[in-house]
Design a protein around this ligand. Structure first.
Ligand code: IPE
Ligand code: IPE
Ligand code: MG
Length: 245
């Protein structure tokens, strides 16, 4: 798809929040006769490109699923590599995030990440907290169920302390306890690599999200693939249980 396809995207119908399950790095590497880690390296470049597209078009929140609570079950060598890659990415990306006004908002159980990774994440989060063009939700040790458990625990604590009454708990109250807090819900969820599942990503937030599945592997998901997904999204009629007219 040529660059001109970008101009076909209707700015007035842009998703405010796009979430991406970046899957297929391992299969991409296998296909190219390389070790899995090579696929992850290539995947990082695509994450960078996705941020560029979001910035260019004016999408205000981008959620990237980088490491799930279930990914700890992978061989230790791969997990270590992913953490090192993340640290390297954050170091390299920080000046770019400052320049492009990207705010890094990590989502997930950060306290269970290696200490050096936590440090890098916190540094980048602190440095970018005043940036307001694009919020990058980087999902690290993220699980949708874990997020809900954390929210329920925090809520239970306030209930016990008498600072929250059961009668006052509404959907908006639950939202406030999630990692994504005041953000708009994802309008569009993209999953690459042909798997047709959510894999524990943003379970509460995606209740009315438009889903886009593509067999393209994440390291091949370039700008034109992203635009293709956005154009498909713009054809959808979102009804939210109503009649749509
Ligand atoms: C996605 O690619 C990246 C992470 C989950 C960290 P995979 O590593 O899951 O690649 P496949 O699914 O094995 O091809
Ligand atoms: C989902 O991909 C998690 C990330 C992209 C970080 P997985 O490869 O872990 O998901 P499953 O195991 O195929 O469901
Ligand atoms: Mg996978």
């Amino acid at each position: 798809m040529s660059n001109s396809a970008t101009f076909k995207v209707k700015i007035e119908k842009l998703p405010r929040h796009v979430a991406i399950i970046m899957d297929g790095n391992g299969r991409w590497a296998k296909l190219h006769g390389r070790p899995r880690i090579h696929g992850h390296q290539k995947g990082v470049e695509r994450a960078r490109e996705a941020c560029e597209v979001a910035l260019e078009l004016g999408i205000t929140v981008l959620s990237l699923y980088a490491f799930s609570t279930e990914n700890w079950s992978r061989p230790p060598g791969e997990v270590e590599f992913l953490m090192a890659l993340l640290e390297e990415y954050l170091t390299k990306e920080l000046p770019i995030m400052m320049d492009k006004e990207i705010r890094l908002h990590p989502i997930g159980r950060l306290k269970d990440l290696p200490v050096t990774t936590q440090k890098k994440v916190k540094e980048a989060m602190e440095a970018t907290k005043g940036n307001a063009r694009l919020t990058l939700n980087l999902a690290l040790n993220y699980g949708g169920r874990a997020e809900l458990v954390d929210a329920f625990k925090d809520m239970a604590k306030l209930l016990k302390e008498g600072k929250l009454s059961p009668h006052d708990i509404e959907e908006a109250t639950v939202n406030r306890f999630l990692y994504t807090k005041a953000q708009p819900f994802p309008d569009l969820l993209i999953r690459t690599s042909g798997e047709l599942r959510i894999s524990n990503f943003l379970l509460w937030q995606t209740a009315y999200t438009e889903l886009y599945f593509t067999s393209t592997l994440w390291p091949d998901f370039d700008r034109s693939e992203f635009i293709k997904a956005l154009l498909e999204y713009q054809k959808r009629e979102r009804r939210f249980g109503g009649l749509g007219y």
